[in-house]
Design a protein around this ligand. Structure first.
Ligand SMILES: NC(=O)C1=CN([C@@H]2O[C@H](COP(=O)(O)OP(=O)(O)OC[C@H]3O[C@@H](n4cnc5c(N)ncnc54)[C@H](OP(=O)(O)O)[C@@H]3O)[C@@H](O)[C@H]2O)C=CC1
Ligand SMILES: Nc1nc2c(c(=O)[nH]1)N=C([C@H](O)[C@@H](O)CO)CN2
Length: 240
């Protein structure tokens, strides 16, 4: 039995970028954190020293998801929130069988949230009206599709739909909402041409940055009323 945390926020994919920024934010607020990581970046050791419980997990197969759920239960008897951040942005490519792309996208964006929400429901309940939260990270492409990330967009659309299903199942103790970003962070290998093209796709012409997401997560956790909804963080992209 690991050391027991008091109502931690659970963040999947907390080893880098937005998930790591969220974990750091909550720890700074003295909010206990459990995070999953697949790759052991140096940041994981930093988070551990800061008090986070960091659990290695690969959600590529249901066995890994279910084992992670059991590991979470060994560290806490209740959860403040589950933030489903873990994701793969995989495009279709001639070198990868289509079934492999589709299975990978469904595994991380549908199997993981679906199985973890069911497995950990009991840890979210029992704390009163709107006392717990689930947040699904979807994507702007849920609205309009994507010609280059078809399986990715479809799996995020399924996650968007599950937001409403779990909101109906878990209210009023647990609120369930989605955050649908467009360009929040570039990837290191994004070249100047790609970056400029991507920036031009929104009205605001910037990448939103982690703080936009963190501030919205704080709002959702602080609400006693909002549930079953998706919140776009897209710089006005649909209006371009
Ligand atoms: N960045 C952006 O501009 C946008 C982001 N979003 C969404 O916001 C969320 C955060 O985005 P971002 O920080 O860029 O995400 P990243 O792609 O940078 O990180 C995703 C995390 O998920 C983990 N992960 C991937 N596959 C698996 C798996 N099979 N099992 C366990 N963990 C896995 C990764 O682990 P590892 O490091 O080991 O690969 C990584 O830590 C995502 O859901 C994303 O889809 C949506 C639109 C735009
Ligand atoms: N898991 C991820 N999903 C997405 C990423 C990412 O880096 N990891 N990035 C994007 C892009 O920023 C896209 O929104 C640009 O138009 C989408 N999803």
């Amino acid at each position: 039995m690991g050391h027991m945390l008091s109502r931690p926020v659970l963040i999947t994919g907390g080893g880098r970028r937005i998930g790591l920024a969220l974990a750091h934010h909550f720890l700074t607020q003295q909010q206990p954190v459990i995070l999953s990581y697949r790759t052991h970046y140096p940041a994981i050791d930093v988070m551990r020293r800061a008090g986070a419980v960091c659990i290695q997990a690969d959600f590529a197969h249901d066995e890994g998801i279910n084992a992670f759920a059991e590991a979470v239960k060994s560290h806490c008897t209740s959860l403040r929130a589950i933030i489903h951040n873990a994701s793969g942005w995989q495009a279709e490519s001639p070198s990868t069988p289509l079934s492999q792309v589709l299975n990978a996208m469904l595994q991380i964006h549908v199997h993981a949230p679906y199985l973890l929400n069911h497995a950990l429901e009991g840890l979210l309940r029992g704390h009163g009206h709107a006392a717990s939260d689930i947040i699904h990270f979807t994507d702007y492409v849920v609205e309009r599709g994507s010609d280059k990330h078809i399986a990715y967009a479809a799996s995020k659309a399924a996650l968007d739909n599950m937001t409403r299903s779990f909101a109906r199942k878990l209210a009023p103790e647990v609120k369930v909402n989605a955050i649908a970003p467009a360009l929040v962070l570039f990837n290191e290998d994004d070249d100047a041409e790609y970056r400029q093209k991507a920036l031009n796709k929104s009205l605001m012409k910037i990448a939103g940055g982690e703080k936009e997401i963190i501030d919205l997560v704080d709002y959702l956790l602080g609400s006693s009323y909002v549930t079953g909804r998706s919140f776009a963080v897209d710089g006005g992209r649909p209006l371009v």
